[in-house]
Unconditional design. Sequence first.
Length: 155
Amino acid sequence: MHYARMDSPVGVLTIAGEGDALRFILFCTGNRAASPGRDWQESGSGIVGETIRQLQEYFEKTRTGFDLPLKPAGTPFQMSVWRELQSIPYGKTISYGELARRIGRPSASRAVGAANGANPIPIVIPCHRVIGSNGGMTGYGGGLSIKKILLDLEG
């Protein structure tokens, strides 16, 4: 696994990829603060460099979508949630219940929330676009302050 760190408006991010696919975007603060694995090698080239470039464009508001090969690891249920997250348009939000309905599991909003929280590639797989049924912000792996920054950025 190759990785590099990136300064961003939401703090330092660790971007990690393997081969030609993005595997992780890690927050360095918040509930899911994480560090590179012991066997990871620092390198800002290839998929890692391309991800950093696209994230910089996103934060500069010149990019509204990502064109990156992704390789998240998860259960079949998690993968279905993460695929559906990618269909939420830039600047739009949906509720956990709506996300559950979209994947054909209308009574699984709590499980959808757990899968959303386990997303290994936040921002690119836009789990920040999922909000509570009352329109309020609810949990986010990087912390609610980061979720607010991302939602405000997208308008």
